[in-house]
Design a protein around this ligand. Sequence first.
Ligand SMILES: Nc1ncnc2c1ncn2[C@@H]1O[C@H](COP(=O)(O)OP(=O)(O)OP(=O)(O)O)[C@@H](O)[C@H]1O
Ligand SMILES: [Mg+2]
Length: 307
Amino acid sequence: MMPMSGELSLVLTLGVMVGMAILLGFLFRPTGSADPCEMNCRAIKLGKKLGEGSFGVVYQGLYNNTPVAVKTLRRGTMDPRDFLKEAQIMKTMEHPNLIRLLAVCTEEPIYIITELMKNGSLLDYLKVRVGRLRLYDQIEMAAQVASGMAYLEMKNYIHRDLAARNVLVGENNVYKVADFGLARVLQATPMLSNQTKMYYISVGKAIFPLRWTAPEAIANERFTIKCDVWSFGILLYEIMTFGEIPYPNMTDSQVKQMVPNGYRMPCPVDPYCSKDMYKIMLDCWKENKYDRPTFKALKMRLRDVSG
Ligand SMILES: Nc1ncnc2c1ncn2[C@@H]1O[C@H](COP(=O)(O)OP(=O)(O)OP(=O)(O)O)[C@@H](O)[C@H]1O
Ligand SMILES: [Mg+2]
């Protein structure tokens, strides 16, 4: 055997060390976050309040020294066991346009720990930018949401509460869909808070965001991905009107009565209206759910809309 030169043995030693490091890195790679069942609530440090929704308060927090958002749910909003089951599924959903679920704490009050989004909800973001966004920006928002939803569609997962309040805005114009699947485990409590009443109605044991929900879902209390497509059309309306409430001049009972009978919102007023975007809205609101586009198709179509 040829004696090894000093340089060759150095290269070989370094190679072995790098190989070992890669192997160790693979064996002991971080799994991303703690198991949702094992989360210790005391590991979370709560910081300032970020906002409040119908079902609880959201705080900024620190988890493993990383800034996170902590959603706290009011007692009675869901059964902790049902929620834990759902959280196991939610945790497997990973996409650049979906909010990442990091951990949950199922002792009441339930905590949901997610990635923190610097610019808050899309609804608030739109409202303070009335007339200040270009059509190009609005199409970009819609396209990113469609992309996150196309992933859920591919995974056969239904959102059930797609709306501008449930899309969050990060840095560099990144938009992510939040709160997917949560609505499935929400229970109708006898007393809906005032804010809850703003968006949700209870039908039997379930809660629906009336103005975002497809008529067939309210009629038969069954959600499908095609109901999410309907809600996406309403979300487009919110984007194009800078956060206007859908069916602005109608009461809840008018919405409940007129939409199943074919009423659809008119094209948002000029100069912000885009006929192409309105055509997409109308396609999402087709009466026959099978005539509505898929999210995959919407994602591609939004790429072709000129802004
Ligand atoms: N991950 C997050 N990062 C930053 N801010 C967040 C995050 N999640 C929620 N928020 C803030 O907290 C607010 C309340 O959120 P929450 O989901 O509880 O209610 P909502 O979606 O506004 O309304 P509802 O629960 O009635 O549908 C949001 O509007 C947003 O400003
Ligand atoms: Mg929300």
